[in-house]
Design a protein around this ligand. Structure first.
Ligand SMILES: NC(=O)C1=CN([C@@H]2O[C@H](COP(=O)(O)OP(=O)(O)OC[C@H]3O[C@@H](n4cnc5c(N)ncnc54)[C@H](OP(=O)(O)O)[C@@H]3O)[C@@H](O)[C@H]2O)C=CC1
Ligand SMILES: CC(=O)N[C@@H](CCC(=O)OP(=O)(O)O)C(=O)O
Length: 313
C-alpha cells in the first residue's frame, strides 16, 4: 500500500487534504504529530519513508523538503507551494490542461500543484491560446476575488480574531496593487502568453470560494470570433472529463449575479462565458473553491493519477 506523508498537514491546505483522505483504505497516511510539525529530523525521516510526499508548506519550507530528500531518494513529491510552478523539471499538475497531462503527472517524480487563482486564470486562458483565438501578446487582465483561507493560517487569524492588533475588519479588500503578485509568472508561462498579464486579486469576508474574471475585446481576438465561438472553443477543450465544466451559454446568459462560494466543498471548477449576442466583449469567469480544485482537491487528484487510482464518486 502506498505511503503518503503530508508535510504541513496541520495547516489550511494540509488539513483539507487530510480530511479528503480520511476514509481511504487504499493508501497509508504517515502522520506527524502537530507539536512536531517543525521537527526537521522527523520530517526528513517521514519524507524518506513516503512513496508520495505532499508538501503543504510555504515556499522556503517546500524547497527545504526537496533538498532534504536529495537526488538519490525515490520519494515522489506533490508541491502545493509556488516554489516549483514554473520549474521545467517539474510537471505542472493541471490535469485538464492538455490531453497528455494526466499521463505526464502519472509518471512524474515531481509535480507542482497549480495555484488557486492560477487554476481559474490558466483554465480560461490556455484553451483560448491553444485554439488560436487569444493572441499570445494580448494585453490580458485578470480580476479575482478569493475567500480568506487563501492566505493560510495567518490571514484566517487576521480576518477572524478581532482581539489581534492586526485584525482586518474590511468586508472586502484589494491587494497586489502594484500588479506584481507572485502568481503572475505562473499564469503567464502556463497559459502560453508572451505578454505579462495584469492581475488584480482581492479578498472577501468569506472563508472559501473564488471567482476569476478575464474580460476580452472580441475584435482583438484572432479572427474576431463570436461569443459562441469562444464558448465552443472552451467547451471543446474540456469535453470528456468531469472536473472542469463549461456552463451552457444560454444558462450563463441568464445569470445576473455570480456567487464565488457556489462550488464550496467541491473539487470541480465552472467556467462561464458572458456577453451579449453581437456585442463587442466577452467576459470569461471561472468559479472554484480555492481549497478544492484550487489546492487540496487538485493535490488529491494528482496523487490518484500518480498512484494509478481511478477515484470512485
Ligand atoms: N490556502 C490556499 O487556498 C492555498 C494554499 N496554497 C499553498 O499551500 C501552501 C500551504 O499554504 P496554507 O496551507 O494556506 O498555509 P498555512 O499557513 O495554513 O499552513 C502551513 C503549515 O506549514 C507549517 N510550516 C510552515 N513552515 C514550515 C517549515 N519550515 N517546516 C515545517 N512546517 C512548516 C505551518 O506551521 P506553523 O503553524 O508553525 O506556522 C503550518 O502548519 C502554501 O505554499 C500556499 O501557497 C496553494 C493553493 C491555495
Ligand atoms: C487570499 C490570499 O492571500 N491568497 C494568496 C494566494 C493563495 C496561495 O496560497 O497561493 P497559491 O494558490 O499560489 O499557493 C496570496 O495572494 O498570496
Amino acid at each position: 500500500m502506498a505511503k503518503i506523508f503530508i508535510d504541513g498537514e496541520h495547516g489550511t491546505t494540509g488539513l483539507q487534504i487530510r480530511s479528503r483522505l480520511a476514509e481511504r483504505t487504499d493508501i497509508e497516511i504517515i502522520s506527524i504529530p502537530e507539536e512536531e510539525r517543525r521537527n526537521t529530523a522527523l520530517r526528513e525521516e517521514f519524507l524518506r519513508e513516503a512513496d508520495i510526499a505532499i508538501l503543504c508548506l510555504p515556499d522556503d519550507g517546500a524547497k527545504e523538503a526537496v533538498s532534504m530528500l536529495g537526488v538519490s531518494s525515490t520519494t515522489r513529491i506533490i508541491d502545493t507551494s509556488t516554489a516549483h510552478r514554473v520549474d521545467p523539471d517539474w510537471v505542472y499538475g493541471f490535469a485538464e490542461s492538455d490531453p497528455e497531462r494526466p499521463e505526464q503527472i502519472a509518471s512524474a517524480r515531481f509535480v507542482s500543484n497549480p495555484g488557486c487563482y492560477s487554476t481559474g486564470a490558466i483554465g480560461i486562458l490556455k484553451p483560448l491560446v491553444d485554439a488560436a483565438l487569444l493572441p499570445a501578446d494580448y494585453p490580458v487582465s485578470i480580476n479575482a476575488v478569493s475567500g480568506y483561507t487563501g492566505g493560510g493560517k495567518q490571514l484566517i487569524a487576521q480576518m477572524e480574531d478581532e482581539s489581534r492588533p492586526d485584525y482586518l475588519g474590511a468586508p472586502h479588500f484589494l491587494y497586489g496593487l502594484t500588479l506584481a503578485h507572485k502568481h503572475v509568472p505562473e499564469m503567464k508561462i502556463r497559459s502560453g502568453l508572451q505578454r505579462t498579464p495584469l492581475f488584480s486579486p482581492s479578498v472577501g469576508r468569506f472563508a472559501q470560494g473564488m471567482a476569476v474574471q478575464v474580460p476580452l475585446h472580441l475584435a482583438d481576438l484572432d479572427g474576431s470570433p463570436s461569443l459562441r465561438s469562444v464558448h465552443e472553443a472552451l467547451a471543446e477543450h474540456y469535453r470528456g472529463q468531469n472536473i472542469v465544466a463549461v456552463v451552457d451559454l444560454d444558462e450563463s446568459m441568464a445569470i445576473q449575479r455570480l456567487d464565488p462560494t457556489s462550488l464550496n466543498g467541491k473539487d470541480t471548477m465552472n467556467i462561464y462565458v458572458f456577453g451579449s449576442e453581437g456585442g463587442e466583449h466577452v467576459n470569461v469567469v471561472a468559479v472554484l473553491d480555492n481549497l478544492g480544485k484550487g489546492a487540496s482537491g487538485a493535490a488529491v487528484q494528482n496523487m490518484d493519477l500518480m498512484l494509478g487510482i481511478t477515484p470512485v464518486d
